[in-house]
Design a protein around this ligand. Structure first.
Ligand SMILES: Cc1cc2nc3c(=O)[nH]c(=O)nc-3n(C[C@H](O)[C@H](O)[C@H](O)COP(=O)(O)OP(=O)(O)OC[C@H]3O[C@@H](n4cnc5c(N)ncnc54)[C@H](O)[C@@H]3O)c2cc1C
Length: 420
């Protein structure tokens, strides 16, 4: 491949671009938005007067592709690791606090240790959950997790809802099982949560763009692909508002746009066609935001807010599978979320901090069994066109790890389908 045109500069596109330059190709990234990063980015917020992320993101120690990406671009220093692995929780209904602490080694004996597991959880419920490792393509997460149990309410529900961005009663079990295999059955280090120290773009996006530029790649922002022309079994030209770019015989295209966009560009593409929302609120406290234990994150049950992530004087609140919440007026959502933040952090409930609410209505595709079955592989019917994105068939939930893997997989697929 001489030149690769990467369409979409989210993490999948950036990962594809890095893999292509590693292989010696010239790369042009075409991005519709004014900036790169897609659903994983930071921006300067005028109202809050500081840089915030589009939404709080957590990656796990197990995310090998994400760390390989961070190490290649030099972004790891901009992440904070929770080591040893710990997931602190607060039950807003009862005021109880506990911290889940996975142990070292591959056998998760922490489920038997009172000080490491969820209060009120029964060993039998943990054992029941092992069934998810044998889940079939039509199974949902909740089938294996004993809904109604304390373990479900206090661990599986918050964990699975955030990992799958879907209610566990509708979420596909197989991608969740893969995540469980790679974390809980891989030891403590694989379970460590990592968050961005001062914004996602600093860790993932800016250093990747810097590296790509030094390797000759070109990023064209506000350059939305409108149409792909096909001829003789290959993508033949890319059409943009400002003109067309012919695709030479040795050139390839990676389409790394969201699931909702790809079918409008690729004829007869079967792709997920339903999405779930994530609601995020950022509160700027005006003084350092500290959580109990000094950890950067806290899981909440029994309220509206699900996860808090803090850095500097910002508290970011995440609500996954937040479709119903996203339909409510902004002031109501902020009031609900501030009530939970104030409770969790002992702040004044009647004096909400300045805030920014971000409703990502298409945060991920709806990861139900039906939708998961629609995830396409990277390879397409056109030999020089491959697909990437968290919605492609990575076998993983729609996450940073999946997006980054998909970019490399797209380049790998092109290497196989195109004559060298
Ligand atoms: C609020 C929120 C919280 C999340 N939390 C987590 C988390 O905690 N952990 C985790 O691992 N993952 C999380 N995710 C998921 C993660 O952000 C995504 O999986 C990942 O960023 C997807 O990357 P992508 O490159 O596949 O897609 P995108 O980031 O959507 O990139 C696609 C790009 O294509 C561009 N584009 C669209 N149409 C065109 C066109 N016609 N021409 C050119 N460009 C086009 C878009 O502008 C975009 O930049 C979260 C997502 C959201 C929204």
């Amino acid at each position: 491949m001489k030149r690769v045109h990467v369409i979409g500069a989210g993490l999948a596109g950036l990962s594809a671009a890095l893999a292509a330059v590693r292989g010696g190709a010239a790369v042009t990234l075409h991005e519709a938005a004014p900036q790169a990063g897609g659903r994983c980015r930071s921006y300067f917020d005028d109202k809050l007067g500081c840089v915030i992320d589009n939404g709080g993101h957590v990656i796990m120690g197990a995310n090998r592709a994400a760390f390989a990406f961070l190490d290649e671009v030099g972004g790891r220093a901009h992440m904070v690791e929770v080591a040893p692995a710990a997931f602190p929780f607060l039950d807003l209904a009862t005021g109880e606090r506990w911290t889940v602490r996975p142990n070292a080694g591959r056998i998760p004996w922490w489920v038997f240790a009172r000080a490491r597991r969820v209060p009120g959880a029964r060993i039998a419920d943990f054992l029941h959950a092992l069934g998810i490792l044998r889940a079939g393509p039509e199974d949902t997460v909740a089938q294996f997790l004993a809904p109604g149990s304390e373990l479900y309410r206090r661990l599986w529900d918050p964990l699975a809802t955030s990992v799958m961005n879907a209610d566990p009663r509708e979420a596909a079990a197989q991608p969740m099982a893969e995540m469980v295999r790679q974390t809980f059955f891989a030891g403590e280090a694989a379970c460590r949560p990592w968050v961005a120290r001062a914004g996602l773009s600093r860790a993932f996006v800016d250093p990747a763009l810097d590296l790509l530029r030094t390797r000759g790649a070109v990023l064209r922002t506000e350059h939305r692909l409108q149409r792909i022309a096909f001829a003789a079994g290959r993508a033949d030209a890319l059409h943009f508002a400002d003109g067309s770019i012919p695709i030479d015989a040795d050139d390839a295209v990676v389409l790394a746009v969201p699931h909702a966009v790809a079918p409008s560009l690729v004829p007869d593409l079967v792709a997920p066609d339903d999405a779930r929302a994530i609601v995020n609120a950022h509160f700027r406290l005006g003084r350092p935001a500290k959580l109990p234990d000094g950890l950067p994150l806290l899981g909440l049950v029994g309220g509206t807010a699900q996860w808090l992530i803090v850095h500097d004087d910002i508290v970011s609140v995440t609500v996954s599978a937040g479709d119903a919440l996203a339909e409510r007026p902004n002031d109501q959502v902020i009031a609900l979320l501030w009530r939970d933040v104030a409770r969790a952090m002992s702040l004044e409930p009647d004096r909400p901090a300045p805030s920014r609410l971000i409703k990502e209505k298409r945060a991920t595709f709806a990861q139900t069994p039906v939708q998961v079955a629609r995830r396409p592989p990277p390879r397409t019917a056109w030999r020089n066109l491959a697909l990437a994105g968290d919605w492609t068939a990575t076998g993983l939930p729609a996450t940073i790890e999946g997006a980054i893997r998909s970019g490399a997989a797209a380049i790998e697929s092109l290497r196989k389908s195109m004559p060298q």
